[in-house]
Design a protein around this ligand. Structure first.
Ligand code: MRU
Length: 359
């Protein structure tokens, strides 16, 4: 059985509370948009695709139990709720794009007299519900492309991989992105070993990626973020693969804080550096990473660990949750459900596809 971060059955939504992992495996109910917003903000659910799916499903749950008297009223409700969900966390683009897509869909259903209020409601809810299976299918496709690309580079010999943060079943609807590529390598018996970073300050690597590897019995070793260069120098890895929260037109990529320094170290050691993400993580409206809004999280997430202070009281802190890796450091490629692209190919080859599929 694979880990499931999001359970949606019989109109009921539950999420695995990721703040309790790895100590406790507990699902909590999400019964409204307010519950969804809070779970995203507090990081009980996290990871760019999972945030968008839980946000939108929280709306579906609420839509199913609310009575509307007109299509206009329903449309206004959808727009307000989605715009509110977007305010939960700013850096990952997936929630914002999903919101735009469903607002547009709801507006066009409102003005089209062919559809009744009930038709409109059903179509919106069904489109939201499709996000779960679609994400899993996209992840499996991109993982196959990523594994093929890496193995081709290493003449089909087994590889060692370094990854950062968490990009697996817990950060998506299932299977994962960067961790999906690693899972595929493992399924093909081509994975020698995975190294995962602790990922300070919130420890998604130590708590979640390590948990997924142990759970799935994949050969893995945990390292502190500060050990990356020494790992590359002393033990060596074949490739680095990470996920993304937003990839812009020139290929600059926002991902969990610490990704940028991994990419610099990889370049220095001549190790290919890959980003794996679905195209819902592409932002075709930003040209470069300079314009990406980087979320800053509460200082307590740095200074405290499970409520215990690990820093000198009174010290100043700066806690950006993400960084932007320049496209020039993404030397392996950007792995998507449409194949693996060099950052320089995105504008010509991928942006048109992204624009035609989603906003
Ligand atoms: O702050 P988080 O835990 O939501 O950040 C998650 C990441 O940065 C992931 O690497 C990214 O969202 C990719 S998830 C497939």
């Amino acid at each position: 059985m694979t880990l499931e971060a999001i359970k949606y059955e019989n109109d009921t939504l539950e999420i695995l509370d990721q703040l309790l992992l790895p100590g406790e495996h507990k699902y909590i109910p999400i019964s409204s948009v307010e519950d969804g917003w809070k779970a995203i903000k507090l990081m009980q659910v996290r990871g760019a695709p999972a945030i968008a799916i839980v946000g939108c499903l929280s709306l579906a749950v609420e839509l199913k139990k609310t009575l509307f008297s007109s299509k206009e009223e329903l449309s206004k409700f959808i727009e307000e709720k989605l715009n509110y969900l977007v305010t939960s966390r700013p850096t990952a683009v997936n929630m914002g794009k999903a919101a735009k897509k469903f607002i547009q869909k709801s507006e066009s259903l409102t003005t089209n007299s062919k559809f009744t209020l009930q038709d409109m409601l059903k179509r919106i809810v069904t489109a939201i519900e499709e996000m779960l299976p679609n994400d899993i299918s996209v992840n499996k496709t991109l993982s196959k492309y990523g594994a093929d690309h890496i193995l081709q580079m290493f003449n089909d010999e087994p590889v060692d991989i370094l990854t950062h943060c968490n990009t697996g079943s817990l950060a998506t609807a299932g299977y994962g992105t960067a961790l999906g590529v690693i899972r595929t390598l493992h399924e093909r018996k081509k994975l020698l070993h995975v190294y995962c970073t602790e990922t300070r300050p919130y420890n998604q690597g130590a708590r979640l990626t390590a948990y997924e590897h142990v759970y799935e019995k994949m050969p893995a070793t945990l390292i502190c973020d500060s050990m990356v260069s020494t790992l590359m120098d002393r033990r060596g890895v074949s490739a680095v693969i990470v996920g993304a929260d937003r990839v812009v037109v020139n290929g600059d990529t926002a991902n969990k804080i610490g990704t940028y320094q991994l990419a610099i170290a990889a370049k220095h050691h001549d190790i290919p550096f890959y980003v794996a993400c679905p195209t819902t993580t592409f932002d075709p409206h930003l040209e470069t990473g300079k314009d990406i809004h980087i979320e800053e999280r509460p200082h307590e997430e740095m200074t405290h660990f499970n409520g215990v202070s690990v820093a000198a009281p009174g010290i100043n802190c700066w806690n950006p949750a993400f960084d932007v890796t320049p496209a020039s450091l993404i030397t392996g490629g950007i792995v998507t459900e449409f194949g693996v692209f060099k950052p320089s190919e995105l504008a010509e080859k991928l942006v048109p596809i992204v624009m035609s599929l989603h906003l």
